[in-house]
Design a protein around this ligand. Sequence first.
Ligand code: ADP
Length: 220
Amino acid sequence: MTQDIAHELRTPLTTLKSHTRALEDGIWEPTADRFQTCLEEIDRLIQLVTELEDLHDMESPEFQLSRSKQDLGYIMERAITLATAMYYEKKVDLQYVGGSPILAEVDADRMFQVLINMLSNALHYTPAGGTVQAELVDEGAHALIRIQDSGQGISSSDLPYIFERLYRGDKSRNRSSGGSGMGLAIVKQLVSAHGGQVWAESGGKHAGGSCFYIRIPKEE
Ligand code: ADP
């Protein structure tokens, strides 16, 4: 793990160093674009460190969810409303099937975090003109959340590993597109803390896209 983190930190730091040196030596004109590239690398480092800290906190024995009776439908609607603007900007259609209240003992902020993470991923991996469908289903003792996208899908060689920390599928493409590979590890940790399961399917009936499922027990 330490070695993986060192590797993840080294690449953006090396880029930043060579860019700064080129600016210092006058090989590069200090244009706004070049500063922007450096800032993006710095943002990526900050995001990675924040997510590593977050996951570390969640794995500590003191970590506790703040659970209370919540309407999962309402949490889902809040997440959909927040995501709508990002979807609109990229021209990806976001559809939501649900609406009726589903009461469950959950940590509302953490569930919101999980949903935003999944909706952001679905958007990230779906090209403009695509569709993402979110669904909340009452299964009696459990609630099932389904997020299906029409995006690039996940190869069968990546599928078993995507919930591991720092794992990024199709590495060369994803490094430049900004993913830290921590999002799904955090989602898994939070869903497990709720006593639930999260898994993904791709290909077959999902017609090229991916489908993520979260099943949460309604009672603690
Ligand atoms: P990242 O920051 O790289 O998105 P995640 O932990 O969120 O990290 O996801 C891990 C990997 O799972 C991604 O690099 C990507 O290969 C794959 N992945 C996650 N969500 C999707 C999706 N909706 N469609 C296709 N691939 C996905």
